[in-house]
Design a protein around this ligand. Structure first.
Ligand code: ZN
Ligand code: ZN
Length: 306
């Protein structure tokens, strides 16, 4: 293993507040690696730099048969349902190890979380010129905003955290709005009173997920990328009169990974700027509490394993 990204899921696992999680567990699902040994007909060779697709699908369930391995009934995610990549060596099915030609080890470890954003944008079929609102500017929200703007959408990012919004404003082709007094009027102004053809939630907040329904334009689509351990409610007349599409978006599919690799290779992803923190493998037990702190300024921390 070469690099492992640390994300919100890892922080929840570390904090003991990830639902349905069994301990002990080796975490790490945002991974890059060097191939040491591979089946000759796998297309992989010793020395290849690879990124890891951490979703191990069964291949036979109703979702897998429909090509939706990202929501396999028996999905096992590395570092969540089975031991992950914060380790020196890992043995994996060849189809989960993907050559990352043209990327470096840092970039390859950033493919997975960006693919989650790219998948949400693909799910929502965001069109060129569409007005898009992304709530939440963590790494997943940043990925959604980035891939929506690469499709030519007019993207607004809303968050409460000023430093995240200034990151988005300086590194992505998006407009930002801070949560607070008068937000609804500002959003109405931005869209000539129509609100947004595509709204994405990446906040992890049940209240924000519910509030997002009223930001969707008539005929628009609301995509929930967040997962929360809660019930979400909405006013049916508001939902119905819009003929709103309501989608969940889970993980990513191989074509999303491919799209991300191409975008990184083309220099369209600010990977350097997103990688705010680096930690040596042996220092991680000491540094993890600092990365978890909400004032740490972390966008993406990478652990240097090898
Ligand atoms: Zn993650
Ligand atoms: Zn399956």
């Amino acid at each position: 293993m070469l690099r492992a990204g640390i994300c919100g899921t890892d922080m929840h696992i570390y904090g003991g507040n990830q639902p349905y999680f069994e301990y002990p567990r080796v975490i790490g699902h945002e991974l890059s690696a060097e191939v040491l040994e591979a089946d000759p007909d796998s297309g992989l060779r010793a020395g290849d730099l690879a990124f890891i697709n951490p979703y191990i699908a069964c291949g036979s369930c109703v979702a897998c048969r429909a090509g939706k391995t990202n929501c396999c009934v028996r999905l096992s995610v590395l570092g969540v349902h089975c031991d992950g990549g914060l380790t020196q060596y890992l043995s994996l099915p060849a189809e989960n190890v993907v050559k990352a030609d043209g990327l470096d080890a840092d970039e390859a470890a950033m493919v997975e979380f960006l693919a989650v954003g790219a998948h949400a944008v693909a799910r929502a079929q965001v069109r060129e010129g569409a007005s898009v609102l992304v709530a939440g500017s963590g790494p997943i929200g940043i990925g959604v905003a980035l891939f929506a703007s690469l499709r030519g959408a007019d993207v607004t990012v809303v968050d409460i955290r000023e430093e995240r919004l200034s990151f988005c404003a300086s590194h992505l082709a998006v407009t930002t709005e801070q949560l607070g007094e008068g937000l609804r009027d500002r959003l109405l102004n931005r869209t000539a009173g129509e609100m947004f053809a595509n709204v994405f939630d990446a906040t992890g907040s049940p209240a924000a997920m519910e509030a997002g329904f009223s930001n969707v334009a008539h005929g628009g689509t609301y995509t929930l990328v967040s997962i929360v351990n809660a019930r979400i409610g909405f006013e049916d007349p508001e939902f119905h009169k819009r003929e709103m599409n309501l989608l969940s978006s889970r993980n990513a599919q191989p074509q999303d990974f491919e799209l991300v690799v191409k975008a990184i290779r083309d220099g369209r992803v600010p990977t350097r700027a997103m990688n705010t923190h680096r930690v040596a493998f042996e220092d991680l037990p000491r540094e993890m509490p600092n990365l978890v702190r909400s004032d740490s300024g972390t966008i993406k921390a990478l652990v240097e394993i090898g």
